[in-house]
Design a protein around this ligand. Structure first.
Ligand code: SF4
Ligand code: SF4
Length: 201
C-alpha cells in the first residue's frame, strides 16, 4: 500500500489559491486504509474549506483513485465535479494525477505520499519498498536492502550493527543481518556471498 500523511490545512489553503469552489475526491484504497480519506477526514477538510470561504460543491470516494477507469466512471459525469474551480484529492500522487489526466481539472493534493509499506496494525505502517524498478527480493530473502537498510546499502552491511540492530537506530533491526539470517535459514547462504547488485538510485 502507498502510505500517506495529511498536509496541513494551511498548505491546502495556499495551494487552492483563489479557487472559490471545490470538489473533494477521496480514494477508497490505500489512503482510506491510512485513515486519510475516510468520512471523518473528508468532513474535517470540508468544514475547514467552508470556514475559509470556499464552497464545497460535493465529495465522492473513488474505489481506487489511481485507476483512471474508475475516475472516469465515478467523476466525469458528476456536475458538481465539473463545475468546481478545483478538486481537492485525498489520495497518493498517482491518484491525484489520474484525476488530472482524466479530467484536466485543477487538482490539489491533500496528502503527501510517503512510501510503499505494510500495515502492521491501523496507524502503524512499515516502509518496505522504494519502488526502485529493479527488485532484488528474490536474492535477498524477501527483505529489501534499498529500503530497510538505513544507508540503502545493496551489497552487504556497513559493519556497524550491534547485536543485530542498526547502528543508526538501536530499535531497528539491521536489514543485512535479517537478510543473512533468512538466507542461512533457507539454505541459500551462498547467495549472500555471491550477491552483487548495481547501485540503486
Ligand atoms: S528492491 Fe526494494 S525498493 Fe526495489 S522494488 Fe524490490 S522491494 Fe522495492
Ligand atoms: S547497521 Fe545494517 S541497516 Fe544499519 S546502516 Fe549498517 S547495514 Fe544498514
Amino acid at each position: 500500500m502507498i502510505v500517506t500523511s495529511k498536509k496541513t490545512n494551511e498548505e491546502i489553503l495556499a495551494a487552492l489559491g483563489d479557487a472559490k469552489t471545490a470538489f473533494i475526491a477521496g480514494c477508497g484504497s490505500c489512503a482510506y486504509k491510512c485513515s486519510n480519506s475516510d468520512e471523518k477526514s473528508v468532513l474535517a477538510v470540508k468544514d475547514f474549506l467552508e470556514q475559509n470561504g470556499i464552497t464545497v460543491l460535493g465529495a465522492a470516494n473513488i474505489d481506487s483513485a489511481c485507476d483512471m477507469r474508475l475516475v472516469k466512471r465515478d467523476l466525469l459525469r458528476n456536475e458538481n465535479f465539473k463545475n468546481a474551480d478545483a478538486v481537492l484529492v485525498l489520495s497518493c500522487g498517482a491518484g491525484v494525477q489520474s484525476i488530472e489526466s482524466a479530467s484536466q481539472k485543477v487538482v490539489i493534493p491533500a496528502l503527501n505520499s510517503s512510501y510503499i509499506g505494510t500495515t502492521e496494525k491501523i496507524g502503524v505502517y512499515k516502509k518496505f519498498c522504494s519502488a526502485c524498478g529493479t527488485c532484488v527480493l528474490g536474492l535477498t530473502g524477501g527483505i529489501c536492502p534499498k529500503t530497510r537498510c538505513a544507508k540503502s546499502l545493496v551489497n552487504g552491511p556497513c559493519g556497524g550493527f550491534v547485536n543485530g540492530k542498526c547502528e543508526t537506530d538501536q530499535n531497528k533491526d539491521c536489514a543485512w543481518v535479517l537478510i543473512y539470517e533468512k538466507l542461512k535459514k533457507t539454505g541459500k547462504l551462498q547467495q549472500f556471498l555471491t550477491f552483487y547488485c548495481e547501485p540503486k538510485k
